[in-house]
Design a protein around this ligand. Structure first.
Ligand code: FES
Length: 161
């Protein structure tokens, strides 16, 4: 039996509703709900917005406004690996900008983009809580400190042969 696109969309709506409903009693539930959806489903799809709005009794415009305001929320499917480079002050002071430029060159994408083969999404982040060990990066959620361009190549080599 095959699963068609409509089935997948319905499954996603069900999962989004489930995630939102489980958290709607939280104080300020929208942000935690969006994080949970992104963690579970990879991104916040435009079709998720009315479902979340319905569960929280908000307007779709309100939910959309929050999704688009925060850089943390991805609105399209990301790559199989996500590389996040810290561009906040402490990391900038020890070479984060050069590291970011190196990553953009090596991957051929800008921040917020995914390589054409779907392998890697490059994201910027403003502090990973690892300021004493900058430049800091995260590869699929795993934190790395004092990352030089050579070390970044090595880390990427593990996920992008
Ligand atoms: S400034 Fe980069 S981890 Fe805090």
């Amino acid at each position: 039996m095959t699963t068609n696109v409509t089935d997948l969309a319905a499954l996603r709506v069900g999962r989004v509703r489930e995630i939102a409903t489980a958290r709607r009693g939280l104080r300020g539930p929208l942000i935690p709900i969006l994080h949970a959806i992104q963690e579970d489903l990879g991104h916040i799809d435009q079709a998720d917005v009315p479902v979340i709005a319905d569960v929280l009794n908000l307007s779709a415009a309100e939910v959309h406004g929050v999704v688009t305001f925060y850089r943390d929320f991805r609105r399209e499917r990301g790559g199989r690996t996500t590389l996040r480079i810290c561009r906040a002050e402490a990391c900038q002071a020890v070479g984060a900008e050069a590291l970011g430029a190196h990553a953009r060159r090596r991957l051929g994408v800008d921040f917020g983009e995914t390589t054409s083969d779907g392998a890697v999404t490059l994201d910027e982040v403003f502090c990973l809580g690892n300021c004493a060990l900058g430049p800091a990066v995260q590869v699929d959620g795993r934190l790395h400190g004092r990352v030089s361009p050579a070390r970044l190549d090595a880390l990427l080599g593990e996920v992008v042969p």
